[in-house]
Design a protein around this ligand. Structure first.
Ligand code: FES
Ligand code: CO
Length: 351
């Protein structure tokens, strides 16, 4: 593999984006008071996530004293995270506020762990590792915006041994449906996908697709066949807004892949629908079926994307996505203005 050229040599641009790290449900399940802590990894950085004074916090998961992991410590009633090893207590800014072995000594300046920007939205906890430019937003999700939706399901996150880039491409790749999902998402008769306009609008990659209506006869009822409208916040989010053919109602499939490391990602999913009595398990189980078809194939791909891969015209969406990732990576190396221009300059092909 050494001779191959990676799409983006420098991944540090990803630190400027908001990424999901855990659901609120996961944090609440971790201790009886519902404040954590829990440990997660984002872009190779181990993080401790907790709720202190009613606010979510994310810090490097390393005590300044002897480098034990704070995520295996406790959240105390005084709203500090206590290290499990010698009991140092950290406040929401990441500063150590108590060293119990020497409680009256001055606390050394270096007794802190870096804290990162951390927010809750859509029942998910988001972290941005580098907020020096403060120019990116938490990805778009339509689930609570559209009043037609009666139920929003926040799925349990799942991990894949794949990069977030590969996961995103897999989710938006139309030409694999016929091979990986025959009978679940697609009729093999439609193995030549349409080539559609792709736009960049407000930091989102947008496109629209109308798979053949004839497939209604062959696909299972749970298959969300309809017109597919994508508003995908860069770099790893997909907001697939569907108008179902079977009843002309909206259905939302939202997913965001979190880059754990070059070969590992953690995936978050929200499903929104208009039904009154649909048990959550039904759409979730259908998605599980689809994911079980994808995962073994995608995990055989190398994590990084390589320029040496051979593309076809029908790979237009992934080609456009790759082009944008490359531009963002290059622009970030030049500085804030170049990065903002690369992310927020609209380019539209559709009318
Ligand atoms: Fe954390 Fe000693 S390693 S208190
Ligand atoms: Co698939």
């Amino acid at each position: 593999m050494n001779a191959l050229t990676p799409l983006t040599a420098d991944q540090s641009y990803l630190r400027h984006f908001w990424h999901p790290v855990a659901t609120v449900n996961e944090l609440e399940a971790a201790d009886p008071a519902g404040n954590g802590p829990i440990g997660r990894t984002l872009l190779d950085e181990p993080l401790v996530i907790a709720k202190l004074n009613g606010k979510y916090v994310a810090m490097r998961d390393r005590c300044a004293h002897r480098y034990a992991k704070l995520s295996v410590g406790k959240v105390l009633e005084n709203n500090r995270i206590q290290c499990p090893y010698h009991g140092w207590e950290y406040g929401a800014t990441g500063r150590c506020e108590l060293m119990p072995a020497c409680p009256s000594d001055a606390i050394p300046k270096k007794a802190f762990t870096p804290a990162y920007a951390c927010e809750e939205r859509y029942g998910i906890i988001w972290v941005r590792l580098d907020s020096s430019w403060d120019c990116t937003n938490i990805p778009y999700c339509e689930a609570w915006e559209n009043p037609e939706f009666k139920r929003q399901i926040i799925a349990e996150p799942y991990n894949w041994n794949s990069s977030a880039e590969r996961r995103w491409e897999n989710f938006t790749d139309f030409s694999h449906f016929a091979y990986v999902h025959p009978g679940t998402l697609y009729d093999p008769a439609y193995s030549e996908p349409a080539i559609v306009p792709v736009d960049r609008v407000g930091g989102e990659l947008r496109f629209f697709m109308e798979p053949g209506r004839d497939m209604l006869d062959t696909l299972p009822d749970d298959s969300p066949l309809g017109s597919w409208n994508y508003r995908n916040s860069m770099p790893f989010s997909v907001n697939l807004s569907i108008r179902l053919y079977k009843n002309d109602k909206p259905f939302l499939l939202w997913t965001t892949s979190s880059p754990v490391s070059e070969n590992s990602c953690r995936n978050f999913m929200i499903i929104a629908h208009t039904e009154d009595d649909l048990p959550d398990s039904q759409p979730l189980n259908f998605q599980k079926l689809v994911l079980a078809e994808d995962q073994p194939v995608i995990e055989t791909q190398p994590g990084p994307i390589y320029l040496d891969e051979v593309s076809l015209p029908t790979d237009k969406i992934s080609n456009q996505y790759r082009k944008w990732l490359r531009e963002l990576s290059t622009a970030a190396a030049k500085g804030e203005e170049a990065f903002k221009a690369a992310l927020f300059t609209d380019v539209t092909e559709s009318k």
